[in-house]
Design a protein around this ligand. Structure first.
Ligand SMILES: [Zn+2]
Ligand SMILES: [Zn+2]
Length: 477
């Protein structure tokens, strides 16, 4: 972290006395390949402490070296990066950290690390951060500089999107130029990626609130709050960028009262232009009616993710914070009150193109709070896939491997919106293997398109309250 980044953090979010030690490791590493740990001390509100007088220690007897000390120095944001760590042997691991909090030694664990020789990497991001440029709760929000600095160094994210509001006069050509300039300046692959984005708003029933994600920045945003819908905005933006190749849209908090995120057939832009839905943010979870973390005020119509999936919409899952205190993947002084959301993207390398394509192809999953490892295989394919399933009685083999920072309370398989299998590992690692032999003739859903179909996804719930949702897998009958 350079002097400017350190100063930005200390000026904009000078955290109070230490409350928590964060240890962020890459989720997938290769045996013997060097990687970095990001370590930070947060105060009770989730801001980087500038009052950390204590040394922290991090241990991993499975790694080389096996122990590190951190000494942040009072007055500095308590943020550090430890380079050159290796793990020689395949397996799942967690690093263990210790630091004195209010005079008492406390133990903190890192997210799980999967050390394996092949398969894609998993890159973590927050696709939904607001900065002062949103002019929405500007008293709580922070600068665009801070967004990128905090995402990379304090939250230890691989990528982030500052998705500032544009509708109702909230963006101007000048602000747009600032968005482009800083996004490009902080984009630093393969270490850190900024994904171009903005948030467009629509009236209730016209698409609600939706984010636009882009492979590159157009000369100016397009929005259509006054007369249009999410579909008409896509048509307008298609004059600047190639649809789905260069931009797609993502509805969020679809169950929020007044927003009516039902995405009816008359405004649905199609599966290529709307590949995923943001299933969780600090507003709450929009998975299904009756879920344990709902929004505070819920629209009565069928606007949950499973309502949209049951209609035949092909949507993968992402999670974001929608933070209005500009704390990517974190907490802060908010009017939003559920756990922060995150998105995991499977990719071979960390570039803007790889992150964009990973979400566009639904090769991603959503979590809240924790960076869970989640590997799902159903009917021989992975999340985001669609396959032809000609024999409705052929068994579907299901295999799930998960790991978390806290204990995994349940691993659940959901078919067509209903939970069909649950296991309780009560451990930080867990696997679920089962065979679904139900007659899909009787269980399938029908819509036009895709005709008769079934979908599956996996939900993970942890003792910390964290959850994860794999993107669905679709079987066409
Ligand atoms: Zn806002
Ligand atoms: Zn937002």
């Amino acid at each position: 972290m350079n002097a400017f980044d350190r100063k930005t953090m200390a000026i904009e979010a000078p955290g109070d006395e230490p409350a928590e030690l964060h240890i962020i490791a890459p989720t997938v590493v290769r045996p013997g390949d060097a990687f970095s740990l990001k370590v930070a001390v947060a105060d009770a509100m989730g801001y980087p402490s500038v009052k950390c007088r204590e040394q922290g220690t991090i241990h991993g007897d499975f790694a080389y070296p096996t122990e590190w000390r951190t000494d942040f120095g009072e007055g500095n944001p308590a943020v550090a990066q430890i380079d050159g760590i290796t793990i020689p042997t395949e397996g799942f691991y967690r690093f263990r950290g210790e630091i004195a909090i209010r005079g008492q030694k406390r133990v903190f664990w890192s997210n799980p690390v999967c050390c394996k020789s092949d398969g894609p990497f998993i890159y973590w991001g927050d696709p939904h951060v607001h900065t002062v440029l949103s002019d929405c709760h500007p008293g709580r929000c922070r600068s665009l500089n801070f967004c990128y600095v905090a995402a990379r160094w304090f939250a230890g994210l691989d990528w982030v999107s500052a998705a500032d509001h544009v509708s109702n006069g909230r963006c101007t050509p000048g602000k747009w130029r600032e968005q482009i300039a800083l996004s490009e300046a902080f984009n630093d692959p393969p270490n850190f990626v900024t994904l171009p984005a903005y948030e467009a708003s629509f009236k209730g029933g016209a698409g609600g609130d939706a984010n636009v994600y882009m492979r590159r920045w157009p000369d100016l945003f397009v929005e259509d709050y006054d007369r249009g819908t999410i579909q008409t905005m896509c048509r307008g933006l298609a004059e600047k960028l190639t649809p789905s190749e260069e931009f797609f849209v993502v509805p969020h908090h679809t169950t929020r009262t007044g927003k009516h995120g039902e995405i009816g057939p008359d405004i649905y832009p199609g599966e290529a232009l709307m590949p995923v839905v943001e299933i969780h943010s600090k507003w709450g979870t929009s998975e299904y009616r009756g879920n344990p973390n709902p929004l505070h005020q819920i629209h009565p119509g069928p606007s949950y993710a499973v309502d949209l999936l049951n209609r035949g919409l092909k949507l993968g899952f992402i999670g974001g914070t929608d933070t209005h205190s500009t704390m990517p993947a974190g907490f802060g002084d908010e009017h939003l009150d559920r756990l922060p959301g995150l998105t995991a993207v499977f990719a071979d390398e960390l570039t803007r193109h790889a992150i964009y394509d990973g979400i566009r192809t639904r090769n991603c999953y959503a979590t809240s709070l924790e960076r869970l490892y989640l590997d799902v295989c159903i009917a021989d394919v992975g999340p985001g896939s669609t396959i032809k399933w000609s024999n409705p009685n052929a068994p579907r083999y299901i295999r799930v491997v998960a790991a978390a920072r806290s204990e995994i309370v349940s691993l659940e398989v959901v078919r067509n919106g209903r939970t069909i299998e649950t296991q309780s590992p009560n451990n930080w690692q867990g696997t679920l293997e089962c065979i679904d032999e139900a007659d899909l003739n009787a269980e399938s859903l029908i819509s036009e398109p895709p005709g008769r179909f079934a979908y599956y996804y996996v939900r993970v719930t942890c003792a910390s309250g964290a959850q994860a949702w794999s993107s669905p897998i679709w079987l066409l009958l």
